[in-house]
Design a protein around this ligand. Structure first.
Ligand code: NAP
Length: 339
């Protein structure tokens, strides 16, 4: 993906949660895409008071987040968890900022657009002060399936995810590093952040299970897909799993469409779609892998096959850097649409 073009208006931007896993990637993305910044304010908790973070050769102070943090701010990128978004987004909007929120706080609020620029970028225009960034797993899936939907509407999606430790933030990555080192040293893996041992293991996603047996992450995939695609008829059956990978989520996706779409047709559409890189080399057995999607803006899509069990079905395997396309990059792209 190319860097953003030079844009006219310059913006004062606040990054809420600048010290976290997503916040750090937001700073890198603003720099790399040459976002038109007038000023940059870094906000985090009292734990980060006196810290400074490097941005374009300048050490910027981290300030403690408060309701008074947003004077003069045009865009506030929130990446500090849903509780902080619920507490402080209104103050940011009252101060005149547009909030782009990475948390789940407002995603299903009918007044709040839920936006993946490659899928429904035009929804940004409907905002009333807050724009939500979707769940990372959903974003990665929808970037991959939207070009197929444009050929023929998708009726049903069966998706199984292989989600990385960094999806749970800095503490998730620490847990995987620490347990792996402990197990290799012959010590037991001690779960702290996650309920189950993580090193050399995998387990059902760590969010709460609802009455229907699906966990919160899975229900986000169901509900957010319908909202972003403006199609309440899409049926989604997700199974979300944490795997011992540090970064990038992988997803096995089967779509059932209104009509049969051939592998060649799908490949042609995916190859020219924005935000996608096709990795589909059958001869070399080379398909999307987290190691190759890490630090990449594009979602890798491959293993494109006819579904042998269903007339109008296609199977795909997808990998995307959830800290970037699933969070930081998507938020910065939304901010670019605001410019
Ligand atoms: P993280 O690594 O744990 O970082 C959390 C950030 O929030 C830190 O900067 C932390 O500051 C700040 N924070 C925590 N409590 C605060 C408080 N009381 N006041 C001010 N700042 C506070 O988490 P993350 O993974 O970056 O996730 C951030 C948000 O993005 C969450 O809403 C998450 O759901 C969402 N998200 C994450 C991913 C992902 O892949 N990780 C993907 C999509 C969306 P201190 O350093 O000072 O504690």
């Amino acid at each position: 993906m190319q860097e953003s073009k030079k844009m006219g208006k310059k913006m004062n931007v606040a990054v809420v949660g600048a010290t976290g896993a997503v916040g750090v990637e937001v700073l890198k993305t603003l720099d790399k895409r040459n976002f038109p910044l007038k000023g940059l304010r870094l906000l985090a908790s009292a734990r980060s008071e006196n810290r400074r973070l490097l941005f374009r050769d300048e050490e910027l102070p981290v300030e403690v987040l408060s309701a008074d943090s947003f004077q003069g701010i045009d865009v506030a990128l929130f990446c500090a968890g849903a509780a902080r978004s619920r507490e402080f987004a209104a103050a940011a909007v009252a101060a005149g900022a547009v909030v782009v929120d990475n948390s789940s706080a407002f995603r299903m609020d009918p007044k709040v657009p839920l936006v993946v620029p490659e899928v429904n970028g035009e929804d940004v225009r409907k905002h009333q002060g807050i724009i939500a960034n979707p769940n990372c797993t959903t974003t990665i899936m929808l970037v991959a399936v939207k070009p197929l939907y444009d050929i023929s509407p998708i009726r049903r999606i069966v998706v199984s995810t292989y989600q990385s430790a960094s999806g749970a933030g800095a503490k998730g990555m620490d847990e995987l590093w620490t347990q792996t080192a402990d197990v290799l040293a012959g010590k037991p893996a001690k779960p702290v952040t996650f309920q189950h041992p993580y090193a050399f293991n995998l387990f059902s996603h760590n969010t709460t299970i609802g009455e229907n047996g699906y966990n919160e992450e899975e229900m986000k995939m169901v509900n957010e897909t319908r909202k972003i695609m403006h199609d309440d008829t899409i049926q989604v059956c997700p199974t979300c799993v944490r795997v011992p990978v540090l970064r990038s989520h992988a997803e096995s996706i089967v779509v059932e469409q209104a009509r049969k779409v051939s592998v060649d047709e799908a490949l042609a559409a995916l190859s020219k779609a924005p935000g996608i890189k096709v990795v589909d080399d059958r001869a070399a057995n080379h398909f999307p892998m987290p190691n190759e999607s890490n630090d990449q803006y594009d979602v890798l899509v491959g293993r494109i096959r006819e579904d042998l069990s269903c007339a109008n079905g296609l199977a795909l395997f997808v990998c995307g850097d959830q800290l970037l396309k699933g969070a930081a990059l998507n938020a910065v792209q939304i901010a670019e649409l605001l410019v």
